[in-house]
Design a binder for this molecule. Sequence first.
Ligand code: 3PG
Length: 215
Amino acid sequence: MSQLSDYHRDRIQSVLGASPLIPVIAIRDPEDAIPLCRALVAGGISVLEITLRTEHGLRAIETVRSAIPEAWVGAGTVTSVEQYRQVESAGAQFVITPGVTESLLEFGVTSAVPLLPGIATVSELMMGYQHGYRAFKFFPAEVSGGVAALKSFGGPFPEVVFCPTGGIRRATAKDYLALGNVKAVGGSWLTPEDVVAQKDWAQIEDIARGSLADL
Ligand code: 3PG
């Protein structure tokens, strides 16, 4: 079994170290991509997960990557190797999957773009661990045991770090970040659908800044 390189591990550590909060972004109007991401960056958040949850995700990764070179721009909700290849070509700097498959884990080892695989159980973590992964998304965090589950993962796997997402809110982010094995927290509360629909970029910037201040 081929193993993840130190380069990949360092890159993912850099991504998780660059921002304690990672917005999970779904682009519904392609014109929103740049102003929305600029507002998040202006509010202090420099790591952006743009999901393939809408048909505009792929193009948004490409445009945001060239418009905001100071941000880390990654692809989220990648569920197949075909999508992984597409986001590589679009210029994604990291890839996040909601869960793991053997083919995604294998592809992530060889790709130039590092992978943060999603896991919800110890067995899934072990699948990734075998390939050399030491950082995972924990999804869906709240319903999979939340803070207590992450504490338990730290027993058998003290060197593994996590980015929990799913059900986390502004008020609960700090409870996760208080754990030694949590490096960043992700969520969609940073980009509320109604605020984005109103194109209220000043409010997005405020939410980002306020959420960081609350930590
Ligand atoms: C994700 O993919 O990480 C989640 O959909 C984000 O979860 P949230 O919408 O509950 O923040």
